[in-house]
Design a protein around this ligand. Structure first.
Ligand SMILES: C[S@@+](CC[C@H](N)C(=O)[O-])C[C@H]1O[C@@H](n2cnc3c(N)ncnc32)[C@H](O)[C@@H]1O
Length: 210
């Protein structure tokens, strides 16, 4: 996974997603720590959660190499041991596809963010084209087996909104040179509102396709 996720196209998205992140950060599914070198200097502490024991040794090496202060937890994102309103930012890069209970994980993301705190993410997910989406649905059971639980067909924007977070920006597109079933990317920033829950589900802003 480390080799596969290290490529240049991923790096471009990592930089973009981590722009403007500061203070206390939670990264879910941090993997081998490939984001660490891209965190801005204004980040004070990166708390990471990832259930996979194979990831942590590489992640530890990367955090010390890039001088990033981390606090790592070998746990899943569906039930977080952190108090409400703890983090300034939560980050996820290509992780939401692999989390078995994505609704619980996103609800936890919303809970542990401070009011006004932001969730920055880049994920692949359900494509808008009916033909592509049909194949994503068909192939997801196989993909889950060969790619460690990865779902091809999750509607990421809607799932993030359903957690109570509200998008302040979002962009979706097919990435070049990637099969369409795995290449529809969602890049978003969603904020935890000061008042939860909503009396009404108001539309969010900034959803674009390019
Ligand atoms: C495709 S990798 C992405 C890793 C990393 N975010 C990156 O950008 O390189 C997906 C990650 O999600 C993690 N993961 C799987 N299930 C999870 C869960 N329930 N909660 C948190 N992370 C999980 C995996 O262990 C893996 O590290």
């Amino acid at each position: 996974m480390d080799i596969g996720m290290r490529g240049k196209p991923f790096t471009r998205y990592r930089k973009e997603v981590l722009e403007g992140v500061s203070g206390s950060v939670l990264e879910i599914g941090a993997g081998t720590g490939l984001n660490f070198e891209h965190y801005p200097e204004a980040v004070e502490l990166v708390t990471t959660v990832d259930p996979n024991p194979g990831m942590s040794a590489k992640a530890r090496k990367r955090s010390s190499y890039h001088n990033i202060k981390t606090d790592s937890h070998q746990i899943t994102a569906e039930k977080l041991p952190f108090k409400d309103d703890t983090f300034d930012f939560v980050v996820s890069t290509w992780t939401l596809c692999s989390i078995p209970d994505i609704e619980s994980a996103l609800s936890e993301v919303c809970r542990v963010l401070k009011p006004g705190g932001r969730f920055h993410y880049v994920e692949h997910g359900r494509a808008p084209d009916v033909g592509v989406a049909k194949w994503q649905r068909r192939l997801t059971p196989i993909q889950k087996v060969i790619a460690d639980g990865c779902h091809l067909d999750r509607p990421m924007y809607e799932l993030v909104e359903a957690s109570g977070l509200r998008h302040i920006s979002s962009n979706e597109h097919y990435v070049p040179k990637t099969p369409k079933i795995a290449g529809y990317f969602y890049i978003g920033v969603a904020e935890k509102p000061y008042i939860l829950p909503y009396s009404d589900h108001e539309p969010s802003y900034g959803r674009t396709e390019s």
